[in-house]
Design a binder for this molecule. Structure first.
Ligand code: KG4
Ligand code: ZN
Length: 399
């Protein structure tokens, strides 16, 4: 991750911390005056002034390659902070996962997630800065996920980002989490540029998106019920595998026969790129119940592999149809489920057969992380400028 993080360590951490403290002190004095009439004093006008001419907030000598973005991600159960240099060089990407905590409840408990974000958010920011060897003065932009996600979780990251942005008097941009997932691939592939088709497969979304430009997205298809990751998690629960189910099914399926059970594929009406995964989830549940009632032993690795084959066939087929129809030559897979080994294998094979370039970020960049948010923030800022400080969290934000 921290490609050049280690080499770039020009300042010792104590030095960086000393600068932080004095800077904070300076801004605390300013903020005391501001705080009397709350946000109206800092805010909208100051920030939209920055946004109009963008670069005025950046020190004159800084080029876009030297531009430093701090990003924060807290939409679900990962508290993460990252430092990006320029367009795609991630100097750090610190992720504090809460999986071990939520595991015992079989899924993410929103209130618990918020509490842990609150405890971790400043720590991950400090760690990301230390790992990247940057201090507060070096940061030019703050990017933060403001949706979609859990509202109580998003609020922690957004509040922290606004506080840093106001204290440092630097621009801030609100980032769509799904744009972040799509942007993740830029960090791994310097040559990758839009336009391309992106297959976005995560715990909350399943989309086929036409990415016309870095900030221009067109949704061609989406799920009409469960997201693919949700289906993986629910099927894993039925099979008694625990949370999160995706990686567990991925691993178990390697030992199973994908043809053992012929689960019905849901294609929906001809020509649509939309998906539906609730049928297959019910299909697995019915199969398991029927077998149990008949007293037959269930081979869960076969069920896992057969379920996986069915969903992989549907998503890869629809993605290829979209590529074909839109006459694109690149496919970028994104989102937590893009970490899936079988999906990766099947999608890359289909792309190779059709002479389509296939891109998939490394696993750590597929699941939620602030590095991808930093890249999306960079592009949004240089295209649209900063956001006013009064932006809100949007739990149901669409692509
Ligand atoms: O993108 P993500 O980290 O969070 C959301 O924005 O939703 O995706 C999480 C989802 C979970 O449903 C998890 O089970 C699934 O990604 N996932 C996988 C794998 N790794 C994570 N699904 C299938 N195979 C995997 N290897
Ligand atoms: Zn995500």
């Amino acid at each position: 991750m921290a490609k050049n993080g280690k080499e770039r360590k020009s300042q010792i951490n104590e030095e960086a911390l000393m600068i932080d403290v004095s800077k904070k002190q300076f801004h605390r004095d300013e903020a005391d005056g501001i705080s009397k009439d709350g946000f109206s004093a800092i805010s909208k006008d100051d920030f939209s002034a920055i946004s109009k001419d963008g670069f005025s907030a950046i020190s004159k000598e800084k080029t876009r390659e030297d531009f430093i973005t701090l990003a924060i991600e807290s939409s679900c159960d990962e508290s993460s902070a990252s430092i990006l240099r320029g367009e795609r060089e991630l100097l750090s990407n610190v992720i504090s996962s809460q999986i071990a905590i939520h595991k015992q409840y079989g899924g993410v408990v929103p209130e618990i997630a918020s509490r842990h974000h609150l405890e971790n958010i400043n720590k991950v920011v400090e760690m990301a800065m230390q790992e990247a060897s940057v201090c507060w003065n070096d940061i030019n932009l703050i990017g933060v996920t403001h949706g979609p996600g859990l509202s109580g979780a998003l609020v922690i990251g957004v509040s922290a980002a606004k506080a840093y942005g106001a204290a440092l008097n630097i621009p801030i941009v609100a980032v769509n989490h799904m744009h972040g997932h799509i942007a993740a691939a830029y960090s791994a592939y310097p040559e990758l540029k839009p336009p391309f088709i992106s297959l976005v497969v995560s715990g909350g979304h399943t989309n086929i998106v036409k990415v016309n430009d870095y900030t221009d997205f067109e949704v061609l298809g989406q799920t009409r019920d469960d997201a693919i990751g949700e289906a993986y998690d629910k099927v894993a629960r039925v099979l008694g595998l625990g949370y999160p189910g995706g990686p567990k099914i991925d691993k178990l399926a390697k030992q199973g026969d994908g043809k053992a059970v012929d689960f019905k594929r849901t294609w929906l009406e001809k020509g649509t790129y939309d998906f539906s995964f609730s049928g297959i989830k019910t299909g697995v549940l019915n199969y398991v119940n029927t077998e149990k009632q008949a007293g037959r032993k269930i081979k869960i690795e076969d069920v896992a592999a057969s379920f996986q084959e069915a969903v992989v066939e549907v998503v890869t087929t629809k993605a290829m149809e979209a590529i074909d129809k839109e006459k694109m030559n690149k496919l970028v897979m994104a989102g937590g489920v893009a970490a899936n080994s079988r999906l990766t294998e099947a999608m890359s094979k289909r792309c190779a057969e059709h002479n389509i370039e296939f891109y998939k970020p490394p696993v750590i960049m597929c699941t939620d992380n602030a590095g991808m948010i930093a890249i999306a923030a960079y592009h949004k800022y240089f295209k649209q400028g900063a956001d006013a400080l009064d932006f809100d969290v949007l739990p149901g934000l669409e692509i």
